[in-house]
Design a protein around this ligand. Structure first.
Ligand SMILES: NC(=O)C1=CN([C@@H]2O[C@H](COP(=O)(O)OP(=O)(O)OC[C@H]3O[C@@H](n4cnc5c(N)ncnc54)[C@H](OP(=O)(O)O)[C@@H]3O)[C@@H](O)[C@H]2O)C=CC1
Ligand SMILES: O=C(O)C(=O)Cc1ccc(O)cc1
Length: 449
C-alpha cells in the first residue's frame, strides 16, 4: 500500500481495507466506530471456534450500524485482505497470535496493536511481521464503554514512514480522540505510572472490603463524596476483564517497581500508625505533599466536583437524615501520594499527556484530600488515634502486599484467582455500579477544564 488520501468519504473502491483481529470488547468498539464512520471494507475475526457466534452477535445486536463489516473465520484471511490491521487480543497471547497470523500480512500493510502493555507486542511484531509491512501501533486510553471523544489515543510510529502514521491518524479521525505520540518504551513507563499503580490501589480496596465481608456503602456508614468515587471505580475495575489488568501489570517491566513501592508505602505508613507516631506520619505525609502537589495543584481548578454533587452518584439507598462523614485515615490515598513522591512521579504531567478517566479521578480524590490541610490533619489524627479504622487498614495492608507479590511473581493464574474471587463477591452490584459510575465519569469529564 502506498500513500493516498484516507477518508470514508472517498469512493469505496479507493478506500483501504481495515482488519480487526480479536473481536472482544475493544475490537467490537473499534468495529462499531469504523462502521458508523462509513468505512466500506472492514474484515473482522475472533478465534476460529467463535466464527459462527461472532457472525450471530454482529447480526443480532446492531444490524443497521454495521454496514461494511465482513466476519471471517480467522486471522489469516483478515491479514491477507487488509491494508490496515489492528490486533485487539489479550496481552498474554499477543506473541502466539502474531506468530500464527503475522506471515499472512498483506505486503505493504500497516499493523497496529491495541494491547495495553507494549513490550510484548513490540517483540512479537518485530519477530513475526515480514519486513515489507509497517508498524504504527495504537492504544485508546479508556475502556470500551467510555466515549472516544476527547480521550487520549496513543500512536506509536515504530517501523514506518511518516505517511503510514498519517494514514493511521486519518483512519482514527472519526473517534475525535486526542492523539498522543509516544515510543513503545515511553508508553510502558507512562502507563506503569498511571494505570498499573492506580489499579493496584483499587484492587486492594476491593480485596480488603471482600476480606471484611462488607459492602461499605450498604453498612449504614457515610459513603458519599470522595468515598463514592472510590467505590464506583473499584466496582468498575472488578466488572472488567481480569486479563486486561493482569497483562498491564505483569507484562510491563516498569509496573512491578511502581506496584511494589505502593505496597511499601502502605506498609510503612501503617507501621507509623500502629506505633502511635503521629509526628512521624504527619512529616511523611507533608513531605510527600510538598513533592507532588507543591506547584501544580494550587494553580488548577479542582478535578472533582463538589462533595455534594459526588453524593448524587452514591450507591445504595441514601439515609433520610444525612450522616456526616467520620474522619477517615485514608490510608489508600496517603500511600498513593507517598508512592508518587518516592518514585518522583509527576501525576499532573501524566494528567495533561495521557490520563485514563480512572487515573484522572484518582488524582482528583488525592487532590481533594491534600489540598486542604484541615482534611489532611484530620486524616493523620484519625489514622493514629482512632482505632476503629485499624481492622480496615490492616486488611488494606495485607491486600496491597498480596497484589504486589502476585504481580512480582508474574503469575497469571494467581492473578486470575485473586481477581475473580473478589469480583464474584461484588458481582451482584456491577449493573448498578456501571450505570451510576458511567454517569459519574461523564459528569466529571464534562466538568474538566
Ligand atoms: N477492556 C479495556 O478496558 C481495554 C483493553 N485494552 C487492550 O485491548 C486488548 C483487548 O482487550 P478486550 O477487548 O478488553 O479483551 P477481550 O477479552 O474482550 O477481547 C479479546 C478477544 O481476542 C480474542 N482472541 C484471542 N486469541 C485470538 C486469536 N488467535 N484470533 C482472534 N481472536 C483472538 C479473544 O477470544 P477469547 O476470549 O476466546 O480468548 C477475545 O474475544 C487487550 O490487549 C487489552 O489490554 C486496551 C484499552 C482498554
Ligand atoms: O481507565 C482505566 O485505567 C481502566 O481501567 C480502563 C482501561 C483499561 C485498560 C487500558 O489499556 C486502558 C483503559
Amino acid at each position: 500500500m502506498a500513500s493516498y488520501e484516507v477518508s470514508p468519504s472517498i469512493p469505496p473502491e479507493k478506500q483501504p481495507s481495515i482488519g480487526l483481529i480479536g473481536m472482544g470488547e475493544m475490537g467490537r468498539m473499534y468495529c462499531r466506530r469504523f462502521s458508523s464512520a462509513g468505512w466500506a471494507h472492514i474484515y473482522v475475526c475472533d478465534r476460529p471456534e467463535n466464527f459462527e457466534k461472532l457472525q450471530a452477535d454482529l447480526k443480532g445486536t446492531i444490524p443497521t450500524d454495521l454496514s461494511g463489516v465482513t466476519v471471517l473465520p480467522d486471522g489469516h484471511l483478515v491479514s491477507r485482505l487488509s491494508d490496515i490491521i489492528i490486533y485487539s487480543v489479550e496481552a498474554e497471547y499477543i506473541d502466539s497470535v502474531v506468530a500464527d497470523y503475522g506471515q499472512s500480512t498483506k505486503v505493504g500493510a500497516i499493523v497496529a496493536g491495541q494491547t495495553s502493555v507494549k513490550s510484548p507486542e513490540k517483540l512479537a511484531f518485530e519477530k513475526y511481521l515480514p519486513n515489507d509491512v509497517h508498524i504504527v501501533s495504537c492504544h485508546s486510553l479508556h475502556g470500551p464503554s467510555v466515549s472516544t471523544e476527547g480521550q487520549p489515543l496513543v500512536l506509536i510510529q515504530h517501523r514506518a514512514p511518516d505517511w503510514a502514521l498519517h494514514v493511521m491518524e486519518d483512519l482514527l479521525a472519526s473517534f475525535r480522540s486526542r492523539y498522543v505520540y509516544l515510543t513503545y518504551e515511553e508508553h510502558d513507563i507512562v502507563t506503569a505510572n498511571t494505570q498499573a499503580v492506580t489499579h493496584a490501589a483499587f484492587l486492594s480496596m476491593g480485596t480488603a472490603w471482600h476480606c471484611s465481608m462488607s459492602y461499605p456503602w450498604e453498612m449504614g456508614q457515610y459513603v458519599g463524596g470522595i468515598e463514592t468515587v472510590k467505590v464506583n471505580i473499584m466496582l468498575r475495575i472488578y466488572a472488567n476483564k481480569w486479563h486486561v489488568y493482569a497483562g498491564l501489570a505483569i507484562l510491563n517491566p516498569s509496573a512491578r517497581i511502581q506496584i511494589d513501592q505502593y505496597a511499601q508505602s502502605v506498609t510503612e505508613q501503617f507501621k507509623l500508625m500502629i506505633t502511635g507516631d503521629e509526628a512521624g506520619l504527619r512529616k511523611r505525609v507533608y513531605d510527600a505533599k510538598e513533592i507532588v502537589f507543591a506547584s501544580s495543584a494550587q494553580q488548577r481548578p479542582p478535578i472533582l466536583l463538589s462533595e455534594e454533587i459526588l453524593d448524587r452518584f452514591s450507591l445504595g439507598s441514601r439515609p433520610q437524615t444525612p450522616i456526616r462523614p467520620r474522619a477517615n485515615s485514608h490510608l489508600s490515598l496517603l500511600a498513593m501520594v507517598d508512592c508518587w513522591a518516592a518514585l518522583r512521579i509527576r501525576p499532573y504531567e501524566h494528567l495533561d499527556l495521557a490520563a485514563t478517566p480512572i487515573f484522572r479521578m484518582w488524582i482528583g480524590v488525592a487532590e481533594y484530600l491534600f489540598r486542604s490541610n484541615e482534611r489532611l490533619d484530620a486524616a493523620v489524627q484519625a489514622a493514629v488515634n482512632d482505632v476503629s479504622h485499624r481492622s480496615d487498614d490492616l486488611e488494606f495492608v495485607v491486600a496491597a502486599r498480596g497484589w504486589s507479590q502476585c504481580v512480582s511473581f508474574g503469575n497469571f493464574d494467581l492473578y486470575r484467582e485473586r481477581f475473580t474471587h473478589t469480583a464474584k463477591f461484588f458481582e451482584s452490584r456491577f449493573a448498578e455500579a456501571n450505570r451510576v459510575g458511567s454517569q459519574m465519569i461523564k459528569a466529571i469529564l464534562e466538568a474538566a477544564p
